[in-house]
Design a protein around this ligand. Structure first.
Ligand SMILES: Cc1ncc(COP(=O)(O)O)c(C=O)c1O
Length: 392
């Protein structure tokens, strides 16, 4: 077909995670690839009860068009949740999005012209790279260590005033599992104010902490109104609701609402109503505790299996929450070659290069531990370690 496409499509590549997810559907594959929450933990019975109540009480109203900002009772509940996360805000400060992924897309729409510079951690979330690539952003990866992104490096890069925003995942980062230290959160908020730098703080995993103390978001130190906070119910309830939210200053929020109207008018009314009813009638904090306990155990099994079987020259992160850890091999390792063999041996993971917007990183692997049981984790890591010993 001789079809012409927009210039921007040349920068957009298919996600290898999506391709990988297709493989996980093959029977017998042990998948450390996707970022799937454990489905056996979804609170299905309580969601069923909430849905029945919504249908009984709201009937056809539950399926009507609604406000682009989202339904008020859910926004009110989120405002309460935000204050538990140390961010004081009102119902009107919240915009409901169709997953936090939509928040990323809308931010791209309102902030980015082709060639605009954005700062990201090295490595960073693959689907954020994809979202911002749609707007032909110029990615400037920032030096990052075990405590997360390095504020001095951000400060230096932001000094010219040409950066549109910094994108950062402070808790149990995807893909590395690292957490940004408290002091660095404060420093980033101060840089945002001093350098007129917008910070996009993406926090889908913060509640999934199974060791240590919760840290306040960067947004909680934001006195200049330049920090935009994104979160989601995908990991604390279920991703199929496709319901997330953004907390931003009025000026930014107004622009996001206009962009959202053009994208989908509003997030599903029925999903929002069921979620709101579920949160009102059931104790979701108890549910999150159960999820944290299960993921913490799975993480410990994976860490031990790696310790027992990985060859010399390999190291990995030790996240205190979330769903991923990051394995780094010798500089010469080719994670794509390892993946080829791993798939032949019934194991899948995501090769690190996908998370580096400017290339590199192919000696790394992202391993997800939330979606496999203990014996599958031991078995899968054993197979992966044998391949690494042979070819890495
Ligand atoms: C860092 C990060 N941001 C955003 C998302 C998207 O989440 P949602 O399901 O709310 O769209 C994910 C999902 O895995 C993620 O890891």
């Amino acid at each position: 077909m001789n079809t012409a496409y927009a210039q921007r499509m040349s920068a957009m590549k298919p996600s290898s995670i999506r391709e990988m997810l297709k493989l996980t559907e093959r029977p017998g594959i042990i998948s450390f690839a996707g970022g799937l929450p454990a489905p056996e933990l979804f609170p299905v019975e309580n969601i069923r009860a909430a849905a029945e109540r919504v249908l009984a009480e709201s009937g056809s109203k539950a399926f009507q068009y609604g406000a682009s900002e989202g339904i008020a009772p859910l926004r009110e509940q989120i405002a309460g949740e935000m204050s538990r996360r140390s961010v004081a805000c009102a119902t009107d400060d919240i915009l409901i999005t169709t997953g936090s992924q939509q928040g990323l897309d809308l931010l791209g729409k309102i902030f980015l012209d082709p060639g605009d510079v954005i700062l990201t951690e090295t490595p960073t979330y693959l689907a954020a790279i994809q979202a911002f690539q749609c707007f032909e952003a110029d990615f400037q990866p920032v030096a990052t260590d075990d405590q997360g992104i390095i504020p001095e490096a951000v400060d230096e890069l932001a000094a010219g005033g040409k950066v549109r925003f910094l994108y950062v995942i402070p808790n149990f980062q995807n893909p590395t599992g690292r957490t940004l230290s408290l002091e660095r959160r404060r420093q980033l908020a101060a840089i945002a104010a001093r350098r007129n730098l917008v910070i996009v703080e993406d926090d889908p995993y913060g509640r999934l902490r199974y060791r240590g103390e919760h840290l306040p978001p960067i947004k909680s130190f934001d006195e200049s109104g330049r920090v935009i906070y994104l979160s989601t119910f995908s990991k604390t309830v279920a991703p199929g609701f496709r319901t997330g939210w953004v907390v931003a200053s009025e000026e930014i929020r107004d622009k996001l609402v206009v962009a959202k109207q053009a994208a989908d008018l509003h997030t599903s009314s029925f999903d929002q109503l069921v979620l709101e009813r579920y949160l009102r009638d059931f104790d979701n904090r108890q549910h999150v505790e159960r999820v944290c306990k299960a993921y913490g155990e799975r993480y410990a099994v994976m860490d031990e299996a790696l310790r027992l079987s990985m060859p010399k020259g390999f190291s990995w992160t030790r996240p205190e929450g979330g769903m991923f850890l990051w394995v780094s091999g010798p500089e010469t390792m080719d994670a794509l070659a390892v993946l080829g063999e791993a798939i032949d041996n019934g194991v899948a993971f995501v090769p690190g290069a996908d998370f580096f917007p400017r290339g590199g990183g192919n000696n790394n692997m992202r391993l997800n531990f939330s979606n496999a049981g203990a014996s599958a984790i031991r078995d899968g890591i054993g197979r992966l370690a044998a391949i690494c010993s042979r070819i890495a």
